[in-house]
Design a protein around this ligand. Structure first.
Ligand SMILES: [Zn+2]
Length: 82
């Protein structure tokens, strides 16, 4: 399963589904032809919160909303029970 890490700025393949809120699930790799991020999926690094800024153009196209929702939901439940 493809993820983008907000901390490292890398796109990587995970053998398992992650529910970490800082790992963004992707449907496919962003296209190199994107004029804003050139396939990196981020546009810059934010030193203030030490995270990569996701490309506005690619976010709608490549983020797997279904898996992202599941991850958000899982985190909500985790917080409730702990
Ligand atoms: Zn882009």
């Amino acid at each position: 399963m493809l993820y983008f890490s907000l901390f490292s700025g890398e796109i990587y393949d995970s053998p398992t589904e992650l529910t970490d809120p800082f790992q963004i699930p992707l449907k496919t790799k962003p296209a190199n032809s994107c004029s804003k991020c050139h396939g990196r999926f981020y546009t810059c690094y934010l030193t203030t919160n030490k995270q990569y800024q996701i490309c506005n153009k690619c976010v709608k196209k490549y983020v797997d909303a279904e898996r992202l929702l599941r991850s958000v939901e899982a985190n909500r439940i985790n917080r409730k029970t702990s």
